[in-house]
Design a protein. Structure first.
Length: 160
């Protein structure tokens, strides 16, 4: 079996920036799970996954434009501090999760005030060229339910 539309892919990854600094690593936990062809992962990575099979190990460089997009100026928002009560030790540079009308998004704290916090709403990895070291762990066909939901179900994927 190879990775094609409606394959559920279980994979481990190590994510680094173009200078080789490690940003994320899945190897300490469960592999990640996604539904191929459903836009669940960044485009540059999904394209590289196409046609791979169980046990394949490969590296792929993804330009910012095919990863989290360019960094956009003017996306700093002033957020009432009470919306960030769940975040401990707020300080500039910390990545926080904020509830918006479009769901939960990540932002990066720019400045902490007494009643409000300035947050840069660019994705923390926006504007960065990325390198993924991938290991394909397991493949299976998606269930009809997964295809209708547009995501994979199970540990490392969507659990609901
Ligand atoms: Zn679902």
């Amino acid at each position: 079996m190879i990775i094609a539309k409606n394959t559920v892919v279980s994979f481990h990854y190590r994510l680094s920036n173009s200078e080789g600094k490690e940003l994320e690593n899945s190897h300490d936990g469960h592999p990640s799970l996604y539904l191929h062809g459903a836009n669940n992962i960044i485009r540059g990575l999904e394209t590289a996954m196409e046609g791979k099979t169980t046990g394949d190990v490969f590296s792929v460089s993804v330009d910012a434009i095919d990863a989290y997009g360019p960094r956009v100026d003017g996306k700093v928002q002033r957020v009432p501090a009470k919306y960030l009560k769940h975040e401990k030790k707020l300080k500039a540079g910390k990545v926080v999760r904020i509830n918006t009308d479009n769901g939960v998004v990540n932002g990066t704290v720019v400045k902490v005030g007494k009643f409000s916090v300035d947050v840069d709403m660019n994705h923390p990895l926006a504007g960065q060229d990325l390198v993924f070291d991938i290991e394909v762990v397991e493949l299976r066909e998606a269930s009809a339910e997964e295809i209708s939901h547009g995501h994979a179900h199970g540990v490392g994927g969507h659990q609901h």
